[in-house]
Design a binder for this molecule. Structure first.
Ligand SMILES: [Zn+2]
Length: 442
């Protein structure tokens, strides 16, 4: 207890001493790159605008924390961060907080950390350069950038969780409709659709009428390394007039007790919670870290939920037009984005009839599938077949996606706008979705 207290005091002193200030405005963290040279690892954080930051080291285990004030992390960049490493950097973690993004650089050995602010020029926006010096070591010239990480071609894994089952029938509705049967049918159809899309793989928590504990449901998702967990349910209400489908994500306010449970479970265990090992932290710090990882997962869940809701709109009557938030236990997996879909009210005659119709269920599952696939197509996690394809398959070309601009593509691929124009014989900056661009070297 005493030792821990002293460590806190020590860290606090560091935090105050190493505060580095520049201009204060909102900034997007657009990219993170790592370069390994002899005895030093350099990380470059590319920003849309100059921003305050602070850097402070922590020991036992060795790590460096970088806070970029008022900043937001691009979702596509966030999904690729875990792949960054070097001779001294074992991984990069992050948390989106209200005050900005916090990056935690986990080190494999002690290193001296310093930061430099680089102002923007023609090709780059403002950058923060972090140098991790760890003395002389074997020379290495490995250069890793996010763009070069796309050699893996894994599937995007969607865990689909039909609610209830077995001894638990779920909601009982009109025409003797049982929630557990309807949601299983929709979930199976959704899985079939997802599996039909190249680069996607579905995993069902149950494919038969069996009872599953809530914990076992999230375990299936975690063991499959799921990119998303989708729980399928149907509502019932005392008033038969209540109707409409809805999409839910976890709310922050509902998470406290669940967090306590997680923490208790993780005590003296080396398991990871949201990519954060809790075994070497005490309770207070663990809680802070868990809170950080939940925040970022919830934001991603909300974005996926909006994409799904947008597609369901064409098939189902919606209860609410935006993603709602609540403290559902099945959603409380800090490390996997999760949504819960209430497909309709079985207590409402029209909806019970709809949900009993195979044609309707197939249509509904189709819309959910499209919403999920659309989201991940726009935000393909690095290391996936989808990301690999979007980069043209070999890293020397790039297929234009919705929302791209030529200057963003130039920046993301670390070439100058002029060189990109020249390599593709472009006389202006207009590009079209699906267009394949040659990415010139360097
Ligand atoms: Zn239910």
């Amino acid at each position: 207890m005493h030792t821990k207290f002293r460590t806190y005091l020590f860290n606090f002193v560091h935090l105050v001493l190493l505060f580095v200030a520049s201009n204060a405005t909102a900034a997007d963290v657009k990219d993170v790159r790592v370069a390994q040279q002899e005895g030093v690892t350099r990380l470059v954080f590319e920003l849309s605008e100059a921003s305050d930051h602070r850097l402070f080291p922590l020991s036992n285990p060795n790590r460096v924390v970088l806070d970029i004030n008022g900043s937001k992390l691009d979702v596509a960049v966030a999904s690729r961060l875990s792949a960054l490493s070097s001779n001294v950097l074992s991984r990069v973690r992050f948390a989106q907080r209200e005050t900005g993004v916090r990056f935690v650089l986990d080190l494999s050995r002690a290193a001296k950390a310093k930061s430099t602010v680089l102002s923007g020029n023609g090709t780059y926006g403002p950058r923060i350069l972090i140098e991790l010096e760890y003395g002389t070591s074997k020379p290495a010239t490995v250069i890793k950038s996010l763009a070069s990480l796309s050699k893996e071609k894994r599937d995007i894994v969607i865990a689909i969780d039909p609610g209830h089952g077995g001894k638990d029938p779920g909601a009982l509705g009109q025409y003797k409709v049982r929630e557990k049967d309807i949601v299983l049918s929709i979930a199976k159809e959704l899985a079939r659709r997802i599996n039909n899309v190249e680069g996607f793989k579905a995993v069902l928590t149950r494919s038969t009428d069996k009872y599953l504990k809530l914990r076992d449901r999230s375990r299936v998702a975690r063991e499959a390394n799921a990119d998303l967990m989708v729980s399928i349910h149907a509502d019932a209400f005392t008033k038969s007039s209540a109707r409409g489908a809805s999409v839910w994500a976890l709310s922050l306010s509902g998470k406290s007790s669940e967090m306590g449970r997680w923490l208790a479970q993780q005590e003296n265990s080396a398991d990871l919670v949201g990519g954060i090992s809790l075994d070497d932290k005490d309770q207070l710090l663990a809680e802070v870290l868990l809170d950080m990882s939940m925040n970022s997962t919830i934001q991603m869940s909300l974005n996926i939920g909006e994409s799904v809701l947008g597609k369901m709109k064409g098939v189902a009557h919606l209860h609410k037009n935006s993603v709602q938030q609540a403290g559902f236990v099945v959603l409380k997996s800090p490390d996997i984005p999760s949504i819960l879909i209430e497909t309709g009210f079985v207590s409402n005659k029209t909806e019970a009839k709809n949900l009993s119709s195979r044609t309707y269920r197939v249509k509904l599952a189709g819309s959910i599938s499209t919403g999920i696939v659309d989201y991940f197509t726009r935000n393909a996690p690095d290391g996936t077949l989808l990301a690999w394809k979007q980069r043209g398959g070999d890293g020397s070309s790039y297929v234009v996606q919705k929302g791209d601009t030529l200057s963003n593509i130039a920046r993301q691929n670390r070439v100058s706008l002029g060189a990109l124009r020249q390599a593709n014989g472009l006389t202006n900056d207009s590009i079209r979705i699906g267009q394949k661009l040659v990415i010139p070297a360097g």
